[in-house]
Write a protein that binds this ligand. Structure first.
Ligand code: NAI
Length: 491
């Protein structure tokens, strides 16, 4: 704690560099800056206490400071152990008007290269607010928490839900021998907090007005909770705003996938054979990214529609085992688990590169790789490991199987994140100010707001939008001012 602000970042001295990059990013994030102007005197988030779990990058810094400009109090952690940009984290703690001696920014708990224990500690600190919480019926002062959550991948939401569930049951289950390390560490953290205070997570869950979720994987978890009737508060699915998933997931990946491969390995991509597992929004961006560098791209898919799209786009569609003998690079983008197993890895070409860009590392069988008889790990540099099989064949694994665009590079660039984060801010305002209008379900933002976000970014690029005449609008049955498409339109 310094200047009254609690934080855990790598190096406060990096803040000046962070501030300079934030300043450059602001110009590239016209959507967020337009929202700051639009709400300059309104402060729609006054009274909001937002706990955020999202990659602590320069772009996220602009998001955080936009939430603060709109009146919110904010606490932040990263949603991945490798994705924090330490200079951005430091700058956010110090804030635009603070100093190293007297930080005036936001409590941030994030650094690049956290252990799993540290990761969950940071998430817990980010959800635990100072000061007094509500008073219980028996007069006890309860834990202060957020009244809004901003999540990416659903870990913060899961911590609150699992914590409340285990408090109700009065016990935290024991981890199974086959459970992933991540889950074991998670249960350990909960065991401590659930035992210390039998009501911490229940109270926090009851105080949250809503969560806004950034990504495909987190949204899947929310729909599962809602279907089971277990969602503790309303949720907005930000991912499926068109100006999010059809832009960030695709054009963001098109930029940041090759960025990660280049910074990690600097191997020439042109002329190589690259396998992309999954041809959803992220897979489409990944394939385009690799083809743009001159790679011959092969796609694997389970869904015939996406597989046919890949074929129509000029990619070969194959099963992984049939593509492996010629693959120089294998990239997973499925949001699914067990996509590349250790048996596959053992069949890869010498020094082939393996990476994942989906949300969790379980797309790759990292546990199986570590257990492979006679395997040896040679760390080339942070987030780049060579795994040596007993026959001398090696593969290069990026970011230990975690999303490589954020682990090996700096994630998506500002302009595309401005689209995603404008939707985040709008969704936060929506749930915070209109809580009574939402049930404990998962909602999407209205198309009109999606079009507003697109319009701001099109303007910034100097695009000229054609205007409908009244007659034309009537002919295609839309309003002159939009929305221009029906809900079932797919873009
Ligand atoms: P999506 O649902 O549009 O695409 C996933 C595709 O993978 C689907 O077409 C599905 O049919 C396919 N698939 C599923 N299992 C498969 C298997 N075993 N083999 C081959 N294909 C399989 O999802 P989206 O939006 O493309 O997201 C994918 C993942 O990327 C999610 O985990 C998401 O959270 C994450 N993401 C990561 C970002 C980053 O910056 N690294 C940015 C945005 C999303």
């Amino acid at each position: 704690t310094r200047g009254g602000i609690e934080f855990a970042v790598a190096d406060l001295d990096a803040a000046e560099f962070g501030r300079k990059e934030i300043r450059l990013a602001e110009h590239e994030m016209p959507g967020l800056m337009a929202l700051r102007r639009e709400y300059a005197e309104v402060y729609p988030l006054r009274g909001a206490r937002i706990s955020g779990s999202l990659h602590m990058t320069v772009q996220t810094a602009v998001l955080i400071e936009t939430l603060v400009a709109l009146g919110a109090e904010v606490r932040w952690a990263s949603c991945n152990i490798f994705s924090t940009q330490d200079h951005a984290a430091a700058a956010v703690v110090i804030g635009p008007h603070g100093s190293a001696e007297e930080p005036k920014g936001v409590p941030v708990f994030a650094w690049k290269g956290e252990s799993l224990e540290e990761y969950w500690w940071c998430t817990e600190r980010m959800l635990t607010w100072d000061g007094e919480g509500p008073t219980a019926s028996d007069g006890r002062t309860l834990q202060a928490g957020p009244n809004m959550i901003l999540d990416d991948g659903g870990d913060a939401t899961m911590l609150v839900h699992k914590g409340a569930e285990y408090e109700k049951a009065g016990v935290v289950p024991a981890a199974g021998a086959d459970d992933a390390d991540e889950w074991k560490v998670f249960l350990e953290l909960l065991r401590a907090s659930v035992v210390a205070d039998g009501s911490k997570w229940t109270t926090i869950g009851a105080g949250v007005r809503g969560v806004t979720e950034e990504t495909t994987t987190g949204v899947l978890r929310l729909y599962q909770l809602a279907a089971a009737g277990e969602l503790l508060f309303p949720a907005i699915n930000v991912n499926d705003a068109v100006t999010k998933s059809k832009f960030d997931n695709r054009y963001g990946i098109r930029h940041s996938l090759v960025d990660g491969i280049n910074r990690g390995t600097d191997v020439l991509i042109g002329g190589k054979v690259a396998v992309v597992c999954g041809y959803g929004d992220v897979g489409k961006g990944a394939a385009e990214s690799l083809r743009g560098q001159g790679a011959r791209v092969i796609v694997t898919e389970i869904d015939p529609i996406c597989a046919l799209q890949a074929a129509m786009d000029g990619y070969q569609v194959k099963r992984l085992e049939n593509a492996l003998p010629e693959a120089d690079l294998v990239i997973t983008t499925t949001g699914n688990k067990d996509v590349v197993m250790v048996e596959h890895m053992a069949k890869m070409k010498h020094q082939a590169i393996l990476g994942n860009i989906g949300h969790f590392d379980n797309e790759l069988d990292m546990a199986g790789l570590a257990r492979y008889p006679g395997i040896r790990r040679v760390t080339i540099k942070p987030q780049v490991d060579e795994w040596v099989f007993p026959n001398g064949n090696t593969i290069i694994v990026l970011s230990e199987g975690r999303l490589l665009n954020l682990g090996n590079a700096t994630g998506h660039p500002s302009f595309v994140m401005s689209n995603s984060f404008s939707n985040q801010v709008i969704a936060q305002i929506e749930l915070f100010t209109k809580q009574a209008e939402y049930d404990k379900e998962v909602y999407r933002l209205p198309k009109k707001l999606d079009e507003k976000v697109a319009r701001i970014h099109l303007d910034a690029l100097g695009g000229e939008l054609t205007k409908l005449t009244k007659e034309q609008a009537e002919y295609i049955d839309v309003d002159v001012e939009g929305p221009f498409k029906s809900e079932h339109y797919r873009y």
